[in-house]
Design a protein around this ligand. Structure first.
Ligand SMILES: [Cu+2]
Ligand SMILES: [Zn+2]
Length: 182
């Protein structure tokens, strides 16, 4: 690689904190991180259909990193899941369907019969109602997110997910949604 190209790559790889974090995480591994096209930049909406932030997926050979930036989320912990259908119709987001669950498991990482493939860790909104977090998405789950009919929805719930109670961890209403595709 020429010095010029190397410099260009370094500039590209270090745009934004999230990408820089990926750089740091794989500093012992020379494999480049592929940043997927803008189609994966998901707009997140609330129950009134208002734009409240974005979810972007960065991919590497080991899986995905979901970069989530939201505002107007009540402070504290909130359940977060991949739901089976790529539809976000407010106000109830019921068209998103149930948690993505191709292996017919029960809900929750603490459930002996779980989890659903779409079960993700709780996210925490700060006192200023902002969520700014990065979540690892296992490669096998990432592989199930496609375009069109294979899109999935990312749903934020009103309360925390107990990672045990079927089917949704007692996490309450669906308060934000975005369609993930890649
Ligand atoms: Cu959910
Ligand atoms: Zn679940």
């Amino acid at each position: 690689m020429s010095p010029t190209r190397r410099l260009a790559w370094r500039r590209l790889a270090c745009v934004g904190g999230a990408v820089a974090l990926v750089c740091a995480a794989c500093s012992g591994n020379p494999k480049p991180v592929r940043v997927v096209p803008s189609a994966s930049n998901t707009r997140m909406i609330d129950t009134q259909g208002r734009d409240i932030g974005t979810a972007a997926m960065l991919e590497s050979s080991s899986g995905g990193l979901l970069v989530l930036k939201l505002s107007s989320i009540s402070p504290g912990a909130h359940g977060l899941h991949l739901h089976a259908s790529g539809f976000c119709d407010p106000p109830g987001f019921l068209s998103a369907d149930a948690h993505y669950n191709p292996k017919n498991r029960k809900h929750g990482t603490k459930n002996p019969q779980g989890p659903h493939a779409g079960d993700l860790p709780n996210i925490v909104a700060r006192p200023d109602s902002v969520v700014d977090t990065n979540l690892a998405i296992p490669r096998e789950v990432l592989g199930h997110i496609g375009a069109g009919a294979a899109a999935k929805s990312l749903i934020v719930h009103a309360g925390p997910d107990d990672q045990m109670t079927d089917p949704s961890g007692n996490s309450g209403a669906r308060i934000a949604c975005g369609v993930l595709q890649r």
